[in-house]
Design a binder for this molecule. Structure first.
Ligand SMILES: [Zn+2]
Length: 287
């Protein structure tokens, strides 16, 4: 074979590799698929499903005691069979209440939770099923991070200490970044955790801010709101809840920041869809 033919063959090989790489099939497989963040409608509780462009599922919290059937139904409606990462942000019942049901109904690969043993029936039920299914449990703390494909990064910004006065401050706070878009998910973290994140100099900026502790006035301080600098606030909260969340003070601060606020008690499930540049919202309407 002479050198010209070899050169030609090499060129043809690289050109076809290039064409295959940019073919629509490959593109639809990962790069241009959206990231979806679903804020489930679980009343006075939290449950957030994140679906990445490369087909992975992350569930952050699993509602209260009776939310299992609704969470299961919703996840199945979104085609979820495997949960690649399950995060129990902290051991309060409105975050882990139905986690045992979720573990029973889906193939959970890994669980993250803060180091805070908790003597309640919910917590014991949860560990019973975790042990039965032999699911690895890792500690949720600042610095834990995951990458999903080229475009998605998730990082825990809190908890940053090993001891807190309030259990809510043990919450795993997660920042999800997809291209130019970002989400900050506070779970029930309050002032103490906010202060620590601010002094850590970590980049807390986000486009979408899932407000801490169902809008209670235990956090969402003006200093933190300014640092996050989000356009949109999401509040996961129950209709006519006995705590009167979200608090007037927090709503006032969100209004002063000119933020658009979406609430699960008014809109049901709220889904934020990111294409890496823009975020659009879908809800199942006013109830
Ligand atoms: Zn809560």
């Amino acid at each position: 074979m002479n050198i010209r033919i070899i050169k030609l063959m090499v060129t043809v090989f690289f050109l076809s590799a290039l064409v295959l790489w940019f073919s629509p099939q490959n593109a639809s497989a990962a790069w241009f698929e959206p990231l979806k963040v679903h804020f489930l409608d679980v009343g006075q509780a939290d449950s957030i499903l994140i679906q990445t462009p490369n087909g992975k599922n992350v569930l952050v919290d699993a509602g209260d005691e009776n939310d299992g059937p609704e969470i299961t139904r919703y996840l199945q409606s979104q085609g979820v069979a495997d949960i690649d990462v399950l995060v129990a942000t902290h051991p309060h019942h409105d975050h882990i209440g139905s986690m045992d049901d979720v573990i029973r109904n889906f193939n959970v690969k890994k669980i993250y939770m803060p180091n805070l043993p908790y003597d309640t029936a919910y917590y014991h039920d949860l560990f019973k099923i975790i042990n039965e299914k032999k699911i690895p449990v890792e500690r949720a703390k600042a610095g834990v991070s995951f990458r999903f494909g080229f475009s998605v990064k998730m990082e825990m910004l809190a908890p940053r200490s090993s001891y807190y006065k309030y259990i809510n401050d043990y919450s795993a706070v997660m920042k999800v970044t997809h291209g130019k878009n970002s989400f900050l998910l506070m779970a029930d973290a309050g002032m103490e955790s906010e202060k620590e994140m601010l002094s850590s100099k970590k980049d807390v900026r986000a486009d979408v801010f899932k407000i801490g502790h169902h809008g209670a006035n235990t956090g969402t301080t003006m200093a933190f709101l300014k640092a996050v600098h989000a356009k949109t606030a999401i509040i996961s909260v129950g209709k006519n809840n006995p705590y009167h969340y979200p608090s007037k003070e927090v709503l006032y601060r969100l209004a002063r920041r000119n933020m658009t606020t979406y609430r699960t008690d008014q809109l049901g499930v709220i889904t934020a869809i990111s294409n890496g540049k823009k975020i659009t919202y879908r809800t199942n309407g006013f109830k």
